[in-house]
Design a protein around this ligand. Sequence first.
Ligand SMILES: [Zn+2]
Length: 245
Amino acid sequence: MPLYRDEAIVLRTHKLGEADRIVTLLTRRLGKVRAVGKGVRRTKSRFGSRLEPAMHVDIQCYEGRSLDTVTQVETLDPWGDAISRDYPSYTAATAVLETCDRLTEEREPALQQYLLLAGALRSLAGKEHDPNLVLDAYLLRALAVAGWAPSFSDCAKCGAPGPHNAFNIAAGGAVCPVCRPPGSAAPALATLRLLAALLSGDWTLADASDLRARREGSGLVTAFLQWHLERGVRSLRHVERIAQG
Ligand SMILES: [Zn+2]
């Protein structure tokens, strides 16, 4: 059986039998893989705590027919530990990990998704920005990489230069007065500016945004994500509750 070694981030885990765990990982080179961590739930396990969600690891596995087997794990960055100590970061990370799992396929290399995921988790672990902003920036960019880049300025239908104060998810973002379909949202221009900044990585503008723009922006990002992903992203519910409460 071939052996491989790669840098990876743990997306999720679930129990298998008495002591084992199935780990879903996004690897840097190979894309998403599922592997069994044998005996990792025993207290004496050498690498159990390294195979927790959001951990950044150097991993070695034997390739199996349907499931691989983890043979070695070394921690590169204990992002999962830092994130689990802060509830807003934890709920944001949970939504990031679930979205990444939904946007990637097993054994299909996804380097850009990997880099976005690593950037978001590093930022959450380091408390660099408001966790909700990190989440929204991640969601917008991950959707853009998947081929669904929204427009926040020029009209998504005819390209008429913006800004336009109408937004339509089905149309792909901002829409001009001519193209505007009935039922379009009318977000504040500050909200669209914030979302454009999050998509392009302009953190100076994003960090200076006010709470109203952040809340309205999160609502639009969530709606945009749910529109593109069948069944939606379950863990976003916890994030929204925090944002509203
Ligand atoms: Zn138009």
